[in-house]
Structure formats: C-alpha cells, structure tokens
Design a protein around this ligand. Structure first.
Ligand code: GAP
Length: 462
C-alpha cells in the first residue's frame, strides 16, 4: 500500500531529513521564512536547472538575466505596485491578530465553518473592493476570531504587500515583490545586446519579497521566496496575443507533466476571477496540494501596461523598431511566473511516499531521476579498510561527475533507508565479493532490486 503524507507529516519529514527548516529556529523562528537544507537546496537547484533548460535551451529566442533586487523607487510607482499591490485585511481588536480577508474565508470554508454561499458573497465583495460590505458580512454573520473568540473587528483596510526601508538619504526603497520589473526596465539593453527580434523572451530566476498578512501552509505562502519568471515580448494585436497566450499555457502545463513528472489529473487551469492591476487576461496553473487545488504558476497577458508606464515615468523611449515593416511600437507581454518554493512543496507532496507491506513500512522520495538531490550513494558494506579503500576510489571517480555521497556509518539496511528518504536514485554497495571479482551491487530506489555489475560498468547504470 502506498500512502501520501499529510501536510504536518511533510513539514516534520522536511525538518528531520534536511529538506527545509524554519528560518532562525534557535530564536523561535520568524513567520513565513524558511531555509533549505542540503537535500532541499540540491532539489531546488535541479528544478531551477530544468526551468532554465526549458526556457533558454529549448527556445533559442529566450535569453537570461539576473537583475538587482533593489531598484529605483519610481519603478514601483510606474508598475502600479505602490498604489495597487495590496490585500484587504481586518484586525481583531482583542487578539490583535490580523487576517487577510479572502484567505480567512477560504480557511473557514475548508473547516466547514461557513457555507459556500457566504464564501462566494465574500469573494464578490473582495473583487468589488467593497470594504464596508465585507465588514458588514463579518458582523451580520457573527464571524469570530479563532484566537479571541470575539467579533470585535476593526474596519477593513488595504495593506500594501511591499517591504520597504529608508536609505541613507531618506528615500523609501522597496524590496522587489516580483522579478518581472527588472526584466522590463532592461528589455532594450537585452534586446540590443543579444540581437533579438520580436517575438522574444527574457527569463529570470530570483528572490521576491512580500509582506504577506497571513502566512500558513508551510512554504506555500512565504514572505521571502524565489520566482522563475519569463516575459515574452510580442507584437501588439489580439490574434497574436491569443496565439501566444495559448501556446504558453500549453507549454507550461506540459513542463509540469513531462519534466517534473506530476500526474496530469493533479493539475488544472483556473482563470482569474479578479485580474491583477497589470493584467488583461490571466490563468493559474493549480496543483492539488493536501490542502486543496492551489496556484503554482500564473500566466498573464500584461499587454503594454508595464512598458508604457515605464516609458511615461522614465521619459525614455521604449518603442521597438520592426525591421520588416519599419513600424515602431511598444511590445505586448505574455508572462509565465512560477514560484520555485511552491514547486518544491508540490514535489514533496507528490513524491514522498509511505509504502506499507505486510511486515514493513518504508518512506521513499520517488522524485523523477532528473530532479533527485543525489544520483548515487557509495556504501562499503562494513567499515573495514579493504572495503573502504575500494569504495573511496569509486567515490573519487564519480564525485565530480554526479552529485553523490559516501557513507560508511551504520548497518547497510539503515543506510538504504536514509537514502530512500532523501530520494537517492542508486545505492552502490562494495562487499567482499567486490574484492574477488571487481563487481559491486547497485540497488534501485524505486524497485529496491539489486543488480551486480563490474566496477568499470557502474556509470552505464547511472
Ligand atoms: N509577476 C507576476 C507575479 O508575481 P503572482 O501570481 O503574484 O504573479 C507568481 O506570483 C507566482 O509566484 C505564484 O504563482 C506563486 O507560485 C509564487 N508566489 C507568489 N507569492 C508567493 C508567496 N508569498 N510565497 C511563495 N510563492 C509565491
């Protein structure tokens, strides 16, 4: 029997086995900020590598950029984030706890504490920005704070999600809430220096920061997280927009299925009810987490919103010249934007298995081969010099070609268990037969089957 873990079990698993830790844990942690351990960070590197491969190796008209986190403050005025990037919040005066209205109602619905009708009504009011209506909904329906148990609410307010601080000259500086703007303000530099013609894309992986009001569900909603965004610059026009939008929707869904190995039935498209301030059309790709279908990636038609605004605020010409028609225009943008941390959480939810047979139980991280943190572990059967000498030699031969580990501590059974837990693909065991005929056993993580191969043939089996 094969079981998936619940969220709390996944959180424990991540901590015990070196995937993800609460940040600043010895100081009792800091809300919604996490650190990746050895296996988690290797997994993350592999996901990022696959994303870059998909974007800039599969597509010869997509190039890469690494822009700064801190940028000119006017960028965030032009982008609309200073005025529009906020959530609706409400505070309970007794518990002093602050809630994000839509997420709070989602939580109440999932706990069957409110009806679907009430949830839909709240959603409508949020979408219509009806602050008084939402407050009335709280009061009329006797919605209580789960901590204080009272209905003593403040009015509903907007809460800007950008972190900011003052620099030495007293300017307000923002930490970027998305990586996209670093692409827009560099788009002409990149286009000219890489000789791209429309349509072309610019990809970027980098940290983003949001002062999220409610931070729950582990790494699903973090205040510091990593995005993998690609901005695709196209000719204006409805036909082209629809063509490219549909193309990228399909490409991105296929990536999750074909490259990350996520079953198709665990993914779905969800069009946005409420469009972000920059979007003309938008859809999310959602994955079925243990806590329900939730967004992992957004695909947005941003039109010329961003570049036009940057042109206006910077007073620089951001038009592009079409060499074929001699026409000058501001390109339109299709954006694909996913959160690397959400993808990692999805992979942990999907591929950590508890396998039960009659008398045994094992935990195994059955992640796809291309993403496994370790390709192989080199394990001398016992810590005896004649065995460790050979094992160390094999390790030295492999360690710069593959991400692998050397482990000679504890029983061989325990070492297999440890490697299954972190998803190591193959365990290579050096035993006494190795000394006689130069063969080792290679154990497969998924099937647990072992084959015996010559040392010189090990690489053919990896
Ligand atoms: N540039 C567009 C943009 O940022 P978004 O839908 O706000 O769009 C894109 O974010 C992706 O970033 C989301 O689909 C999600 O995977 C990830 N993301 C957003 N906020 C996050 C958070 N607080 N914690 C972790 N990931 C987050």
């Amino acid at each position: 029997m094969n079981e998936k873990l619940n969220l709390q079990e996944i959180i424990n698993y991540c901590k015990e086995n070196g995937f993800i830790f609460q940040s600043s844990e010895i100081y009792d942690g800091i809300q919604a900020i996490y650190d990746y351990g050895h296996y988690g960070s290797l997994l993350k590197q592999n996901v990022k590598k696959e994303w870059l491969k998909e974007m800039i190796q599969r597509h010869n008209n997509i190039v890469n950029i690494d822009s700064s986190i801190i940028m000119h403050p006017n960028i965030w005025k032009a982008s609309g984030h200073v005025d529009n990037f906020d959530d609706l919040m409400i505070d309970n005066k007794d518990s002093k706890k602050r809630y994000r209205v839509d997420v709070f109602f989602e939580q109440l619905l999932s706990e069957n504490k409110i009806s679907q009708d009430l949830f839909d009504e709240c959603n409508n009011l949020v979408n219509n920005n009806d602050l008084e209506g939402i407050y009335k909904l709280f009061v009329d329906n006797n919605i209580k704070c789960p901590i204080s148990g009272t209905c003593n609410w403040t009015p509903v307010r907007h809460f800007n999600l950008m972190f900011n601080f003052k620099d030495i000259d007293d300017n307000t500086i923002y930490l970027r809430p998305e990586t996209a703007q670093g692409i827009y303000v560099n788009f002409l530099n990149i286009q000219r220096s890489t000789h791209q013609k429309i349509p072309f894309g610019i990809a970027q992986i980098g940290k983003a920061f949001r002062n999220e009001i409610i931070a729950r569900q582990f790494t699903f909603r973090m205040r510091e997280f990593e995005q993998m965004e690609m901005q695709y610059f196209i000719k204006p026009g409805e036909d082209e927009r629809i063509k490219q939008y549909e193309y990228w929707k399909e490409q991105r869904l296929n990536w999750y299925v074909n490259i990350l190995g996520i079953p198709k039935e665990k993914l779905r498209f969800k069009p946005h009810d409420k469009l972000a301030h920059y979007a003309k059309a938008a859809v999310d790709i959602e994955y079925e987490f243990p806590f329900g279908f939730k967004e992992i990636e957004g695909i947005h038609c941003r039109g010329d919103y961003d570049l036009s605004n940057h042109e206006q605020y910077s007073k620089k010409n951001l038009h592009i010249l079409d060499p074929e028609t001699n026409e000058k225009y501001i390109p339109n943008i299709i954006e694909t934007s996913c959160g690397c941390d959400r993808i990692i959480l999805m992979l942990l939810c999907e591929f950590i298995n508890r396998e039960k047979s009659e008398d045994k139980e094992r935990y195994v991280f059955k992640i796809n081969d291309n993403l496994a943190p370790l390709k192989c572990a080199i394990l001398p059967l016992m810590k005896k010099l004649e065995l460790t000498n050979v094992a160390e030699k094999i390790y030295d031969d492999l360690k710069l070609k593959y991400m692998c580990s050397y482990d000679d501590s504890g029983s061989i059974g325990k070492r297999y268990v440890r490697n299954d837990i972190v998803g190591t693909l193959k365990c290579i065991t050096i035993d006494y037969q190795t000394l006689e005929d130069d063969t080792v056993t290679i154990r497969d993580r998924n099937s647990m089957e072992q084959i015996r191969v010559k040392i010189e043939d090990i690489e053919k089996c990896l």
